[in-house]
Ligand binder design. Structure first.
Ligand SMILES: [Zn+2]
Ligand SMILES: [Zn+2]
Length: 346
């Protein structure tokens, strides 16, 4: 008889999620079974919960969702070496082909055949999750598990922010969601001169301020150019991190960058955005699209936390996994940072 476990499942095509009993996965050759300790809710999970057009296109129910987690190795599949049962781990959520041009070059974030945990295959909002050993990330026991639970999102922020030199630079972040808040902390930690973040949500701007943003600007009220003047940002921002997926925010960013400024784009837009090509060309702006994380970002994240980067201010809610509905309600309210679910207690 198959062993059963609790899992948060998208049962059918439509809004909502359900706590269900599903079989504990059995690790095949090269795979590892992880006993989940903590998980965090990502914006992607909220899309899936709400069953928006993105979810309709990408999710095939029934399936277990979730991709931000920390846990311990419960079982090694045949042939897995270099890891031990009981070891603390997280996992890179993008399973890559390993043999396309980008994979061979170490740029796994650009693999041509990516499969995502909790989107394309069963995820981590369960008592156990199974992934290939190649995607395992060993976690130092000194790191707080509540924070490691959202290293996946931290990795998006690190990938976006660390694309450019930040030391002594003035940085504009558009979008104060959890990834924007984390990016503010990274830029501060990495030695930026000024960190300015924009959004329309005062609750989230306040959390970004706690993470080290010099100014958290509500663009419905405040004048960004006036803020720049007050901060002595004379020729424009050196680095721009677009994390809102909002076309108007991106267009505003173009106008306040210095000539030759560097922009990374993480926020995904639901609608086409028309941009002024001539502004990018004439002002020599450098643009970089960001997807996922580099494996090296995992190391940088651990070391930044050990070096003093404190991400605990953005954890606003903690629930037992059976209270997942409360977690999704908090995320949908907009009045939240990261929501962490505990899977360690019965
Ligand atoms: Zn995520
Ligand atoms: Zn590949």
């Amino acid at each position: 008889m198959k062993k059963l476990m609790n899992a948060i499942v998208k049962p059918t095509a439509g809004p909502g999620l359900e706590l269900r009993q599903v079989p504990v996965p059995v690790p095949g050759p090269g795979e590892v079974l992880i006993k989940v300790h903590k998980t965090a809710i990502c914006g992607t999970d909220v899309h899936i919960y709400n069953w928006d057009p993105w979810a309709v296109q990408h999710i095939k129910p029934p399936m277990t969702i979730g991709h931000e987690y920390v846990g311990e190795i419960a079982q090694l599949g045949p042939g897995v070496k270099d890891f031990t049962v009981g070891q603390l781990v997280s996992g890179e959520g993008h399973l890559t082909c390993g043999h396309c041009r980008n994979c061979l070059n170490g740029d796994i974030q650009w693999c041509k055949d990516t499969v995502s945990v909790g989107v394309d295959r069963d995820g981590a909002f369960a008592e156990y999750v199974c992934i290939p050993a190649t995607n395992l990330v060993a976690v130092d026991e000194s790191l707080p598990e509540d924070v490691v639970a959202f290293f996946d999102a931290f990795g998006n922020a690190a990938h976006t922010a660390l694309m450019w030199n930040l030391v002594g630079e003035d940085v504009l972040i558009t979008g104060a969601g959890p990834i924007g808040m984390i990016a503010a902390g990274i830029c501060r930690h990495a030695g930026a001169r000024r960190v300015v973040i924009t959004d329309t949500n005062d609750y989230r701007l306040d959390l970004a301020r706690k993470m080290g943003a010099d100014r958290a600007v509500n663009i419905t009220r405040d004048d960004l150019r006036q803020v720049m003047k007050e901060l002595h940002i004379m020729e424009g921002f050196d680095v721009g991190l677009e994390m809102s997926g909002n076309g108007a925010a991106l267009k505003q960013m173009f106008t306040v960058m210095r000539n030759g400024g560097c922009i990374s784009l993480l926020g995904i837009s639901n609608v086409p955005v028309d941009i002024d090509m001539n502004e990018i060309i004439g002002r020599g702006l450098r643009l970089q699209g960001i997807y996922g994380r580099k494996m090296d970002n995992w190391h940088q994240m651990s070391y930044m936390v050990q070096g003093g980067l404190d991400l605990t201010p953005i954890i606003t809610h903690r629930f037992h996994y059976t209270d997942f509905e409360k977690g999704f309600a908090a995320m949908n309210s907009g009045m939240s940072g990261k929501v962490v679910l505990d899977w360690t207690q019965e």
